[in-house]
Every structure is written in C-alpha cells, then in structure tokens.
Design a protein around this ligand. Structure first.
Ligand SMILES: [Ca+2]
Ligand SMILES: [Ca+2]
Ligand SMILES: [Ca+2]
Length: 219
C-alpha cells in the first residue's frame, strides 16, 4: 500500500517539477536542486512524510512562481512598446529639426527660397508646405517663426482670388491681415507676416521672393 502511494506521489512530484521548470526555464537548475533536496527518501511512514513535505514545498513554490509570472506579464502589458512608438516624439526627428505639435511635425528652414522652391524642399523631406487648419495651429506657427516672414502652403496661382492649400482643398476661413489679400501687382502666394494683430497675420505676396518656409508632415 505504501509503495503504491509512494509511486503516485513521485509521479505527482515529477509533474509539478515539470510545470515548475516550464514557468521559469532559467530557474531549471535551481528547481532541480530544490527538488532533489526536498524529494522522497527513507522508508515506510518516514517515506510518506518526506514525500508529503516535498509536495507541500513544491506546491507553495509553484503558486509563488505562477503569481510572479502573472505580475511580470501584467507589467509588460502596460509597458510602451518602443517598436510601436510613433515618430511624433522620436528624438531623431527633433535632432533633424522637426518639431511636434498636435499630430504633425514641422520644419522651419534656415535658408530662403521662392514659394515653389520652398515647396519642393518640403516634398523632398516627405512633407509639404504647412496647411493651417485651426486657430491653435495659427498660434503655433506664429510662435515657431519668431517674427520672420514665412511661406505657408496657400496660393491663388491657379485662379485669381480662389485660395487653395497645397493639398488641393479650398480655403474656407483664414487669418488675413486687415486689407489682405490685396493682390498688389502679382501676389499669388501666402505668407504669415509681421502684424500688430497677433492672430491675423496672412498676406498675399509675390511668389518669387526669397523667404523662409515651414513644412508640415501629418502623422
Ligand atoms: Ca495643418
Ligand atoms: Ca493673387
Ligand atoms: Ca498682399
């Protein structure tokens, strides 16, 4: 009877040990050592007592390791995955001169070019001249440019008086300076200008003038 129970108990110990090792493979050598130290030895009732002790020890260890594994899994679940981190806050983009604001990246040039050449530069960088969609973006651009006159992605070159953004959409509301756009001579490209009004700063301007520009990359 004792030998029959002894066989079942040892099978159970081996099963627990296998689970134990599968939970934390790197602890395999430690687990084996502990199993040997707490395994069955002796004879008769001493064997049964020894085996029961070993089972209890292993069972406690198993529960402890399972709880530890679950805690680690939960912690990993809440850690941000670096591989999926959006380029929005990637340091490389900041180093390259791109600045993040509200789901877009912005680049302000240090050179001065015509409106078309400025646009070509933005396209080479995988972006286009900035499209100002909101008062918040207008305020951001006016902070970013630091009182420089800058090209924005707005022109009425296709049809006089019909202002279109570089993505082909028509301008609905704008932030024109009082009296602008005035198409003084040939003014088909828009800048954000220096104005006493901190918000309404746009001006139509000759496209061939050399100015700083701002690119926007939607992300
Ligand atoms: Ca925009
Ligand atoms: Ca015009
Ligand atoms: Ca003008």
């Amino acid at each position: 009877m004792i030998s029959h129970d002894f066989w079942h108990i040892n099978v159970f110990i081996v099963s627990i040990s296998k689970v134990h090792v599968s939970v934390f493979p790197h602890r395999e050598s430690l687990c084996r050592k502990q199993t040997l130290q707490t395994g069955c030895s002796g004879s008769g009732s001493a064997v049964l007592f020894s085996c029961l002790t070993a089972i209890i020890v292993l069972w406690i260890q198993f529960n402890h390791l399972t709880a530890e594994r679950d805690q680690l899994a939960d912690r990993n679940l809440h850690q941000p995955d670096c591989r999926e981190r959006p380029v929005t806050d990637a340091n490389t983009n900041l180093v390259d001169g791109w600045i993040y604001f509200s789901s877009s990246l912005y680049y302000i040039s240090t050179e001065e070019k015509s409106w078309t050449e400025s646009r070509n530069d933005c396209r080479k960088r995988g972006s286009d001249l900035v499209i100002i969609n909101s008062r918040e973006e207008q305020d951001f651009i006016n902070t970013l440019r630091k009182d420089q006159w800058v090209w924005i992605g707005l022109s009425d070159g296709e049809r006089e008086g019909v202002w279109k953004w570089v993505d082909g959409s028509e301008l609905i509301t704008g932030f024109w300076r009082p009296g602008e756009p005035n198409s003084l001579g040939e003014e088909d490209c828009a800048i954000t200008d220096i104005s006493s009004d901190p918000v309404n700063t746009w001006n139509d301007y000759p496209c061939n003038r050399q100015l700083v520009w701002i690119c926007e990359m939607r992300i």
